[in-house]
Design a protein. Structure first.
Lengths: 112, 115
């Protein structure tokens, strides 16, 4: 069955960076874009961007251009998202998704 | 004005139907777009329910009961998620999503209470 398994919880200081991984299985990794979506506590869903695992092309939401980077490693069917210059309002659950299947989420807490 | 607007909450009784709306910003022709619907329960990631563009271009998520269905209300320029035969387990947050100007956009979500 299709699975997207994300890395564990992270606690970071303001100004630091965080890199979240999303290991996929059960389908052709290069056949479907991987999207990243975040959800602040008690808030709605926010799309950050996508990566095409086939060629590495990316498309970032305007609000995240310049400080979010999405990459992938096709040898291990894994996608990554790095957020730099973290601020307290980046505290959220971060999800990877094909838009059909979703990872379990990675909680990222930014606190001094 | 947000691209997608959803009522923040909706209540309905078990066994009845609930119609969740996702109103698209004026000036955007909904005919050309596919609306995605997700269900999210506390502590869990969103779950894909279905997507709907027209009666001939729609998709039901695997394992999603047929009592969840999508449609559009053209005069209101809104996507609709209809849940019939409401059950207590349908109590959740529901989000719509659409591709707009090179980005995926979510509605703010509707909290459905079944009581």
């Amino acid at each position: 069955q299709v699975q997207l398994v994300q890395s564990g919880a992270e606690v970071k200081r303001p100004g630091a960076s965080v890199k979240v991984s999303c290991k996929t299985s059960g389908y052709s990794f290069t056949g479907y874009y991987i999207h990243w979506v975040r959800q602040a506590p008690g808030q709605g869903l926010e799309w950050l961007g996508w990566i095409n695992p086939s060629n590495g092309d990316t498309n970032y939401a305007q609000n995240f251009q310049g400080w979010v980077t999405m990459t992938r490693d096709t040898s291990i069917n894994t996608a990554y998202m790095e957020v730099t210059r973290l601020k307290s309002d980046d505290t959220a659950m971060y999800y990877c998704t094909t838009l059909i299947f979703w990872g379990q989420g990675t909680p990222v807490t930014v606190s001094s | 004005q947000a691209v997608l607007t959803q009522p923040s909450s909706l209540s309905a009784s078990p066994g009845t139907s609930a119609s969740l709306t996702c109103t698209v910003r004026s000036g955007i022709n909904l005919d050309s777009y596919t609306i995605y619907w997700y269900q999210q329960k506390p502590g869990s990631p969103p779950q894909y329910l279905l997507r709907y563009k027209s009666d001939s271009e729609k998709h039901q998520g695997s394992g999603v009961p047929s009592r969840f269905s999508g449609s559009k209300d053209a005069p209101a320029n809104a996507g609709i998620l209809l849940i019939s035969g409401l059950q207590s387990e349908d109590e959740a947050d529901y989000y719509c999503m659409m591709w707009q100007k090179n980005a995926w956009v979510f509605g703010g979500g509707t909290k459905l209470t079944v009581l």
